[in-house]
Design a protein around this ligand. Structure first.
Ligand SMILES: *Cc1c(COP(=O)(O)O)cnc(C)c1O
Length: 420
């Protein structure tokens, strides 16, 4: 009898309720007789997980700091427990330091960089509004696609691969198209350029537009001053220069950006990427911390450790280590007689594949002999360039030296092969 399993202190339920419960239990027990047979578990999952160590010298993800990975093993807590809330507050403070901003709305979105990109579009733009998109690699085009998907207009100004924009051409675009927002990529990871940002924010504001910056591939690896550079929305991602696994995207909104969102006539077309709701979830403005989604608690711990490393080392030192490594790499590449793009991004260097050399053979050699990942270009450039990343935990002279050694050996091995 079911009633006998109820604690003696509990009030007995009505007989009819228990009857129904008992019947439904009987039904589900007898239903098993007709249940389909369970298929076999996949053999591959009965073997232990094996992942080799590789040195990831591409444009992200990069290797994680062991300290960050260790934070992934600490106990799980609910996202509303006081200890988690304290950690989330520490993360917000750390992100304000990393972005060099006082913006209250500074938090991490539970998504990779593409998610932060999409969040920017859905929050800032209303259907029919225009975005001026500066495209000097694939990311501008990606952003423009998201703008159009949201029934907005993307006016794209294009610079060839490896070049950056100047103030005059952005001003011309502002005058011609009267956009609500201007999008630029700070560290172009498909082309390996770094866009100077000083002056662009102030220019945009003169034309009543907001400045949006994609800093996914450079956040943490090069000088960045969100407030001083008048940036309205800027986002990054944990797996590039932050020594953490892919999962979260730091983002920050200026007061101007918040005012634009607050004055929307139409509601934001996304539940998951609704910035005011996420700001509330993070307790910005001392708000309610309403339930928006289950926070990626473990990844927040890891992000906390990533930010702790920045805090302990100091941003200037971390930026310098990326710059020094880039210099070492560039000297080495010159020594090998390799050509690379001149507008140099300290975090991603694009090396031109010389005539008669197979891009893939060199990459394969580095992987086979040194377990170093040196990938090619983005899809339409895949065999024309190698992209070498100097990101976060990997920005160490020993990694650069090893990469150059692998490169040098691979080149001579590949060239020997082709002259045989
Ligand atoms: C990697 C990257 C992205 C996309 O980020 P995901 O984390 O892969 O979604 C966006 N912009 C730039 C410049 C990037 O390098």
């Amino acid at each position: 009898m079911i009633s006998s399993t109820l604690g003696s202190k509990m009030k007995p339920r009505s007989a009819s309720f228990l009857n129904i419960l008992e019947k439904s239990i009987k039904f589900s027990t007898s239903a098993r007789a007709w249940a389909p047979t369970v298929s076999q578990p996949p053999e591959s999952l009965l073997k232990p997980l094996t992942v080799p160590h590789k040195l990831l010298m591409g444009a992200g993800p990069s290797n994680c700091s062991p300290r960050v990975l260790a934070a992934g093993k600490v106990p799980m807590l609910g996202h509303r427990q006081p200890e988690t809330i304290e950690i989330m507050d520490e993360v917000q403070k750390g992100l304000r330091y990393l972005f060099q901003t006082h913006n209250e709305w500074t938090f991490a979105i539970s998504a990779t960089g593409n998610g932060a990109m999409e969040a920017t579009v859905v929050n800032l733009l209303e259907p029919g509004e225009t975005a001026l998109v500066c495209a000097n690699g694939m990311w501008g085009h990606r952003f423009a696609g998201m703008v159009e998907q949201n029934d907005c207009v993307a006016k794209i100004i294009v610079r060839p691969f490896g070049e950056v924009f100047n103030i005059e051409e952005i001003e011309k675009g502002l005058r011609e198209h009267k956009p609500s927002i201007v999008f630029v990529v700070y560290g172009e990871s498909s082309a390996g350029t770094v866009q100077p940002l000083e002056g662009i924010g102030e220019l945009c504001h003169r034309y009543n537009a907001l400045l949006v910056v994609d800093a996914v591939a450079i956040l943490g690896g090069a000088p960045l001053f969100t407030d001083d550079w008048d940036i309205d929305v800027i986002y990054g991602a944990t797996q590039k220069c932050m020594s953490a696994p892919p999962s979260l995207s730091p983002i920050t909104f200026s007061q101007r950006a918040r005012d634009k969102i607050a004055s929307r006539k139409k509601p934001i077309r996304s539940y998951y990427f609704n910035a005011p709701a996420i700001a509330d979830h993070w307790g910005c403005d001392g708000r309610s911390r309403g339930f928006h989604h289950t926070e990626m608690v473990t990844n927040v711990y890891m992000l906390r450790e990533s930010l702790a490393i920045f805090a302990e080392e100091g941003l200037e030192k971390v930026w310098k280590s990326h710059r020094d490594c880039a210099q070492l790499l560039h000297q080495g590449l010159e020594h090998l007689g390799l050509e690379f793009l001149k507008v140099r991004n300290p975090c991603v260097t694009t090396v031109i594949v010389p005539d008669g050399v197979s891009r893939k053979d060199v990459s394969d050699y580095a992987m086979r002999h040194y377990r170093i990942d040196i990938p090619g270009g983005v899809p339409d450039m895949v065999d024309k360039v190698w992209r070498i990343g100097i990101m976060g935990y990997n920005s160490k002279a020993e990694n650069i030296k090893l990469t150059l050694k692998a490169f040098s050996e691979a080149l001579s091995s590949v060239q020997k092969k082709s002259t045989v």
